[in-house]
Write a protein that binds this ligand. Sequence first.
Ligand code: ZN
Ligand code: ZN
Ligand code: ZN
Length: 444
Amino acid sequence: MIARLHDPDYSRWAHQIKRSGGCRQPIHLHGKVEHYDQATGQLLHRYTTRTEPGGVLRVPCKTRRASRCPACAEVYRADTYQLVRAGLVGGKGVPETVNSHPCLFVTLTAPSFGAVHVQREKNGKVLPCHARRNAETCPHGQTMSCTERHSADDPRLGEPLCPDCYDYDGSVLFNAISPELWRRFTLALRRRFARLNGLTVKALRAQASIAFAKVAEYQRRGVVHFHAVIRLDGPDGPDTPPPAWATADALAQAVQHAAAAVTAEVKPLGRTFQWGTQLDVRRITMDGDLTEQAVAAYVAKYATKAAECVGTLDRRIQPLDDLNALPVREHARSLIAACMHLGNHPGLAELRLTQWAHMLGFRGHFSTKSRHYSTTLGELRAAREEHMRAEEISTGRLPLFEEDTVLVIAHWQYAGQGLSIGEQLLAAALTGHHVPNLGGPDDA
Ligand SMILES: [Zn+2]
Ligand SMILES: [Zn+2]
Ligand SMILES: [Zn+2]
């Protein structure tokens, strides 16, 4: 830290750190950008990292995961919020009239893989976990009852009453196949909605379309479920109103049916999976119980969480890792072990369970949306970068040229990642982000 502070390049370094928005593990780039006049071939401007501190430019890592980089995850969360919100109330290129389109907030859960400790609440009072008067005893001698009133931070929440009875294979296979189950759900929903209104899917497409934005969330038991915004549009997406007959009630009915009907198989094991019976379908309105703001905030919150929130690891499991030595609870260890042993099954290679063991089998995207839902994360980023470019030009760091008269040639090379512990402290002080718990430079 002292070496960095006394470095003659300190102020330029501090500028880079501020520009990377407090990123905890910035990517270091080597290289240059040259601007040539297209007509004459004359070099107009050259930027090279050679004059930067350490000869590198530091750019944000742009991770989604708060456990890796809180600053970049916050940018991602805010972008996701804007993206979901634009799809509900308009803005960012989506017309405001979209707020009159019928819209639902749907939660699709995973099925049960065995009884787990839960926190039940009723009217603000915590109820006993699994109170059963004549509780059965499982083949392992465990009484299938728990009368404790678990607190929210009880580490046993989400863990099975009997680990020997628990279907660990089923849990990780469900995670692995859930993106396919979601895809089938969206297809079934369109089919069902068309049929409810006496149309073929093709005829429906000419009159109405259905747009989605969804996020995956891990439940305490280590299985994913999905929260989705499902919106009815006219044939050309959010710019066109849906026909009058396309109502939220009809859409909700089609959601109920499609969620109950779809299945996905893991053929080599002869197992079939479907959604859990707990399906939640609610209308999103401007002023009701479930407002657009609330939904956008809720969806965005989950966009930056990953499996580490259920107590697994924040990195890939290596083949030589000793599973017994991993610093996780037994439940997570058993789920990881299930991924590792199923990952050896030749028929399951495409599920890539070994590679995704640290995610408990889930390898899907955390937040996805259909093409017409709203703007994209890329467009939001481009808008922000354009704003930064304008600032660079106005402060004289970048030349202002007519776009089509200039040839830009850029050479970039990856030159490492991360900050030393001293640099992390300086970065936190410079950007007002909280001081990280002192890990070294990122090991990823
Ligand atoms: Zn970052
Ligand atoms: Zn319990
Ligand atoms: Zn048992």
